[in-house]
Design a protein around this ligand. Sequence first.
Ligand SMILES: C[S@@+](CC[C@H](N)C(=O)[O-])C[C@H]1O[C@@H](n2cnc3c(N)ncnc32)[C@H](O)[C@@H]1O
Length: 228
Amino acid sequence: MQETGIPTPLESFLRRTLRPAEGFLADMERSAGKRNIPVCRPETSALLRFLVAAKQPGRILEIGTAIGYSTSVMAMSQPDGGRIDTLEMDEARADEAEENFRLLGLSGRINLLRGDALEILPCLTTPYDLIFMDAAKGQYPEYLDHCTRLMVSGGVLVADNVLFMGLSIMEDPVPHKHRTIAVRLRQFLKELCGNPAYETSILPVGDGVAVACKRPECSMHANDRKAE
Ligand SMILES: C[S@@+](CC[C@H](N)C(=O)[O-])C[C@H]1O[C@@H](n2cnc3c(N)ncnc32)[C@H](O)[C@@H]1O
């Protein structure tokens, strides 16, 4: 999608072709759209469903809950007994997400942690099988070090909006209001793709999604790697 919000012909085709959200999930998608609450795009949601169905992750970490749309998409594809920890700093969105989890019967398996991800992530110790990064785009480089520490060997990292309406691949000058985010996203992609702990691909799905698998033999912290 361009900055205008108008879907590209490819996006329109994907949305006509991929299985759409149904029932209450479709209501959440519409409600978020009407109120300009950023939730992942339908084709990104299909990718999340696919990854969770293929990987069957018992423990998921999500950074950036909003109203709990992607959390619910993942929870519904997770194996029985699966758990999701999800981080959100906006109180009103967190309240709405918890109500949505209740209405969907998912409250028992989702743990919403309220506050700034940069303060919560250093306190987490649970190993995760899949991490979905979708909070402040300018903070992705900081989130990455925590994800590397928290991810099990063979775990999968998914980061949304990495192409940022095409602005992160734009030759300079990037329009001033987006420059910092574009620079930070480029830094994130460079660090992720250059990190031998990960096998990484960048998919031009939705607003751009980076997918990375942590190699089984690499369990070192990203900073230790950089220092080598
Ligand atoms: C793109 S939305 C998440 C959308 C959600 N993953 C979905 O697809 O349904 C990003 C969310 O991250 C939250 N956020 C931004 N920076 C954050 C931070 N530092 N810590 C916690 N949450 C943050 C915002 O309040 C916002 O609700």
